[in-house]
Design a protein around this ligand. Sequence first.
Ligand code: COA
Length: 330
Amino acid sequence: MSPTAVLTGIGGYVPPRRVTNEELAQSLGTNDEWIRSRTGIQQRHWADAGTVTGDLAAEAGERALKSAGVRDVDLVVLATSTGNQPMPATAPEVAANLGLGQVAAYDVSAACAGFVYALTAAAGAIAIGAAERVLVIGADLWSTRLDPADRSTAIIFGDGAGAAVLRAGTAGEAGSLLGFDAGSDGDRRALAVVPGGGSRQRSHPHAPELANEYLTMRGRDLFTQAVEHMAGSSQRLLGRVGWTGADVDWCVAHQANIRILHTVADVLRMPRERMLSNVDHVGNTSAASIPLLLSEATADGRLEAGDRVVLTAFGGGLSWASTALIWPDL
Ligand code: COA
């Protein structure tokens, strides 16, 4: 039997600077009530200049290693769409800064679905014997890519990082990843995109929209797609794992906004209280969203050993991914 990936540590980190709705309201021509009622967000954290995505990732990684009680891994997989630079990947720098030695390290780019994609990659590496212990991190620093004049994106995104340690174990252990579902829809890539800065820009030098290196988003369409794919992916996953919606103690969905989370719960016929959330105080932290919430909910006791948990994520690409596990004693 090939080894199974077992979650054995969790950690999260947000930079210290809190940015409240009031702080954004005046310059963006919006207000706290509008932002709260549409998104459930009251504040987010933005990193100051001088802090890079890899710094957030390393801090969360350090905390996850501590939670697992280990100091070494043989692979680092970092989910991010806002790396320290376009090339090289940020994961090797994070591994070096954590003192992990010359371990395998690479980035996964799947926007807000990135962390669950990275878990899949790490579980695959464990299953084929390529790694025994993996540090999986989701980190994004979108504040560097937000158009300060675009009120539809500036209110939503926060910076942060979250991380988990996976180890080789056996099926049936608490913490073992029970199954995966993932998919993509490249035809809808324009719904959330940073148009500039890539090879497409050079190929179409006179397209003004390709000079834009800020995140652009079609909010309404994304809302619908997020609900459809997080609910659909969760349902397929439940079928594979052999659970029904009623078996799930907690659904940990990508923290896009509270209305999306509530609608996913309604489609899954799950009480809204079973959707764990921290979007009110961190906003949408993209690839960091799920591990950051897992870390917070473990620390405050909402998430307990033995709870049946579904993780489901959706983001630009479009891309989506889900997995499930019985929460271990951390
Ligand atoms: N404050 C005040 N008005 C705003 C605003 C803000 N922060 N952002 C947008 N508006 C305005 C628009 O300009 C528009 O005005 P108009 O009708 O005069 O043109 C109006 O509100 C409606 O815009 P729309 O984008 O249709 O609003 P919405 O009700 O869909 O809410 C979002 C906008 C972004 C909050 C909402 O679409 C959303 O949450 N989408 C999902 C986004 C998301 O989660 N993305 C990440 C997915 S991983």
